[in-house]
Design a protein around this ligand. Sequence first.
Ligand SMILES: CC(C)(COP(=O)(O)OP(=O)(O)OC[C@H]1O[C@@H](n2cnc3c(N)ncnc32)[C@H](O)[C@@H]1OP(=O)(O)O)[C@@H](O)C(=O)NCCC(=O)NCCS
Length: 378
Amino acid sequence: MADKGGLEGIVVARSRLCSIDGQKGVLIYGGYDVGDLAEHSSYEETCFLILRGRLPRRDELDAFTSDLAAASPLSGETAAVIDMLASHAAPMEMLRTAVSADSFDDPDKDSNAEEANFRKATRLIAKMPTMVARYDRRRRELDPVEPDPGLGHAANFLYMLSGERPDQQAARTFDVALILHADHEMNASTFTARVIASTLSDMHSAITGAIGALKGPLHGGANEQVMHLLMDIGSDENIEQEIRGRLDRKERIMGFGHRVYKTYDPRAVILKRYSRTLAERSDEPHWFAMSEHIEKAVMEEKGLYPNVDFYSASTYHYLGIETGLFTPIFAMSRVVGWAAHVIEQHGDNRLIRPSSEYVGPALRPYQPIEQRTAPEAA
Ligand SMILES: CC(C)(COP(=O)(O)OP(=O)(O)OC[C@H]1O[C@@H](n2cnc3c(N)ncnc32)[C@H](O)[C@@H]1OP(=O)(O)O)[C@@H](O)C(=O)NCCC(=O)NCCS
């Protein structure tokens, strides 16, 4: 295969965390199929698995769950940063800044020791939903809702966002969405986190950098673009024409295609099911129907399968979540994967420092400024 750049197919780390079979459409966390985890597990249990490499016993899960609940309120300093940003920062700008600011008063800030990193990971998993919900309520000029330690991780986020305790179906749907986004092998943001960790920089720096990488529309930012696509197209009868037009203009259809999956993304299969169920009880069933129709059109025109972002868009919309929060939600889930990769990198580190092939000008003499008449070739 000719090298198209983008490190395609290059192995950059040995990892016990996550594997993908892109031909068969299989995703595995620590030896468990993501479909089984979506069926039987919770986000809290999946976090334990990803961080510790095995499923917890009951007492371990209870202890981890209560550690998360205890860590979910924000420090006064981080809350103040979010309040200051709420009216003018975009959601991912806020999250990048709030996570960075949260390192200032982290009790383990000066340690990269494994147990310190586990504690920092737990705190970041716990606090990121509180950050996103606080920001969203502040920008809507509502008072923040403090986390309820009696609710699960997923339900708590929906509660802090809306001020109402979600029903069982909404809470479970969101829990499954968090499980499905929790880790994904050597994706761009995880690679970013590992590169930062490999300089022996700290957990918060690695997660802040990963948030920056996730923000782009070719990565985590795609889920928001999918909702914009649905809204731009607006109705079912325009779909074939719109999709054909966009592909003819060489535009990318967001939520389709993948570097690794050459078949259906297994996460999209599961989210499609949840989106369909939510559509059936919604007064806006057309978002799911349109999504299915777009899927068919993109497959027929370009042979591309939907990825995780495609059906997460309508799923989150049905849960009453504003489009601008879709990518922060991705980050809230993926933080466990990033943190586990940072711990793995710190545990067996060598500086990640690849090379580039030089294609610039040959060696040339330095010209004093007075002698420079025409602009030199770059
Ligand atoms: C994810 C993505 C960046 C992977 O890209 P990649 O591995 O670098 O693949 P390439 O960019 O080399 O694309 C290969 C071919 O498929 C096409 N393609 C890939 N994804 C496409 C999409 N979503 N819409 C239209 N065409 C697409 C490319 O134009 C290219 O076609 P060509 O060979 O005719 O030029 C790409 O599929 C994409 O941009 N998808 C949309 C954004 C998205 O949903 N991102 C979330 C990923 S989870």
